[in-house]
Design a protein around this ligand. Structure first.
Ligand code: SF4
Ligand SMILES: [Zn+2]
Ligand SMILES: [Zn+2]
Length: 327
């Protein structure tokens, strides 16, 4: 197996590009894919302050590293979800990465600052763990980006993630979701600008990037992921990709090129411009209380078996810097 660029020994094959790469040229391939995605979708402007949502997994650490390599000004934001050892270890990976490079990592701990963890939130709200978790993370990421004055919020969604979400939305003809599925969501009415610079890289490639670059990421799956529909969609797409390399990218980028606009122009709901504000936290909301504040109420009421909701909580961004103990 030889590198397509230099003919030296290759260590990674990228089947959909029909190419093999040596370590250096694979890293360059990944940088080029991210640079291309940023340019193609006008994700980040020069001088933008960028906040990346960091989980300690391969995608968020890879995207943080790649954005730094491309010269962007990036800080990290980590949410402690209270999912037992998984959260403890994921936090350690995020802190170690930041400390080793002298980066700023902001942190919010859900149990400490809001009085509940994801398993409790899921039970109290009678919702799947990933649903309670998604509500919490979206809310906390959005607020951290807005209150920190960042121009862009970056997430580590890769090609596999986006193709799986698209697959699910198409299987169930979720047309409002299809109208909103894009690698860039512009800032609007209290929501920050959100971008996904890894859309041109697969999950396997972001993992390979971390291995080649020596980035120590959390390999274990979240123990609450069982039953997550998107894992099934990913498996189905991987079966197809194995037989027909390139199908995943064709599916996703074909949608963006040929169909996304039609769903956007026919969309009926989800217009952030018409939203009010949450009475408690001020976030954009259709109801008096936003989904996150309602979840806080239900989870903490359940935990303490009392009916009085907790006092409003102001988000406080704790900051870990490289010279602090990374534990
Ligand atoms: S798998 Fe579900 S519960 Fe676990 S971190 Fe992801 S979204 Fe949260
Ligand atoms: Zn090479
Ligand atoms: Zn709220």
């Amino acid at each position: 197996m030889k590198c397509r660029v230099c003919r030296g020994p290759a260590v990674v094959d990228v089947r959909r590009a029909n190419a093999n790469f040596c370590p250096d040229h694979f890293l360059r391939f990944c940088r080029d894919q991210v640079d291309r995605a940023i340019g193609e979708f006008a994700m980040i402007a020069p001088g933008d302050r960028v906040l990346v949502a960091v989980s300690g997994g391969k995608d968020s650490l890879a995207v943080w590293d790649l954005l730094l390599e491309l010269g962007h000004d990036v800080e990290g934001f980590y949410v402690g979800l209270g999912i037992g050892d998984y959260s403890d270890v994921s936090g350690q990976h995020a802190r170690r990465f930041a400390a080793s490079r002298g980066l700023v990592l902001h942190e919010v701990d859900l149990p400490e600052e809001y009085g509940f963890d994801i398993p409790e939130g899921s039970r109290a709200a009678r919702r799947a763990p990933c649903s309670a978790c998604g509500t919490s993370k979206r809310h906390l990421f959005d607020r951290a980006a807005i209150e920190g004055g960042f121009d862009v919020l970056v997430t580590g969604h890769n090609l596999d993630d986006e193709a799986a979400v698209l697959f699910g939305n198409v299987l169930h003809w979720q047309t409002d979701y299809l109208a909103r599925q894009a690698p860039v969501l512009p800032a609007s009415n209290g929501f920050p600008r959100k971008v996904k610079p890894l859309v041109r890289l697969s999950e396997r490639e972001t993992a390979a990037y971390c291995i080649v670059k020596g980035i120590d990421y959390l390999v274990e799956e979240c123990p609450m992921s069982a039953g997550n529909k998107h894992i099934g969609y990913k498996d189905a797409l991987n079966d197809i990709e194995l037989r027909s390399p390139g199908t995943k990218a064709d599916f996703y980028f074909g949608f963006l090129r040929r169909a996304a606009e039609q769903f956007r122009s026919g969309a009926t709901g989800g217009d952030a411009a018409g939203l009010g504000r949450c009475d408690r936290c001020g976030s954009p909301s259709e109801a008096e209380l936003c989904a996150f504040c309602r979840l806080v109420d239900r989870a903490t009421t359940d935990r303490h078996s009392r009916s009085v909701p907790p006092a409003p909580v102001e988000i406080q961004l704790g900051t870990t810097r490289s010279n602090e103990d990374p534990r």
